[in-house]
Ligand binder design. Structure first.
Ligand code: ADP
Ligand code: MG
Ligand code: MG
Length: 190
């Protein structure tokens, strides 16, 4: 169950993981992209941190909307509007439910609609979708989902320009999404 408090805690943990793995994310984006995913995500989590710091006693919807705006306005790359849409959809749905599984479902639907990709296209969806399908999120589900992107042929985003040569590399957005869900797992009370 998400609350304004634990969602902010979740973002603190996400920030630290991105900070720690920034170079790795950009390395993953080098052979099949333009090598900026780590820097893009770092700008995004900085934007989120700054946005959240301005709030005074916010409700959950405001927290989720602020996260979305930070990501959309600061990331720059293709991943920004997609992550942003995910949190915007969660913000909208949070008036009906604070259940994390239901919120992840609407977030995933938003990512698919916004980017036009689906499961198996070698994108962040290949982590969001298995996580959405499991009522209990585990590190094993996250790790398997990330690993599954290695053998996929990219059909959306920059990596799709490489065709067959995209095979054999992990998708950077899948890895950063993995950090998001590991951070969630480590946040108590969600
Ligand atoms: P850019 O490709 O603009 O440099 P990033 O490097 O920040 O943006 O993000 C790349 C990641 O975005 C990919 O690894 C993939 O996971 C995700 N992505 C790209 N296009 C799509 C899409 N249409 N749907 C879902 N995810 C996508
Ligand atoms: Mg990139
Ligand atoms: Mg880029």
């Amino acid at each position: 169950m998400l609350t304004a408090e634990n969602t902010q805690e979740w973002m603190n943990k996400f920030y630290l993981k991105i900070e720690q793995n920034k170079d790795y994310l950009s390395e993953l984006d080098t052979p099949i992209g333009d090598g900026d995913h780590g820097n893009n995500m770092m700008r995004g989590v900085e934007g989120v941190k700054q946005g959240l710091a301005q709030l005074q006693d916010p409700d959950l919807k405001t927290v989720l909307k602020t996260i979305a705006m930070g990501l959309i306005s600061k990331v720059g790359g293709a991943s920004g509007p997609l992550y942003g849409t995910a949190f915007l959809e969660m913000a909208k749905k949070s008036s009906d439910t604070q259940d994390i599984n239901q919120l992840i479902d609407v977030a995933l639907a938003g990512i698919k609609k916004r980017g036009g990709a689906t499961e198996g296209d070698k994108t962040m969806i290949d982590v969001w979708s298995p996580v959405a399908q499991n009522d209990t999120i585990t590190q094993q589900v996250i790790d398997d989902a990330i690993a599954s992107t290695k053998d996929m042929l990219a059909r959306k985003g920059r990596a799709s320009y490489l065709g067959e040569r995209s095979i054999g590399h992990l998708d950077p957005g899948a890895v950063s999404s993995g950090y998001l869900f590991t951070a969630l797992l480590e946040t108590e009370g969600t």
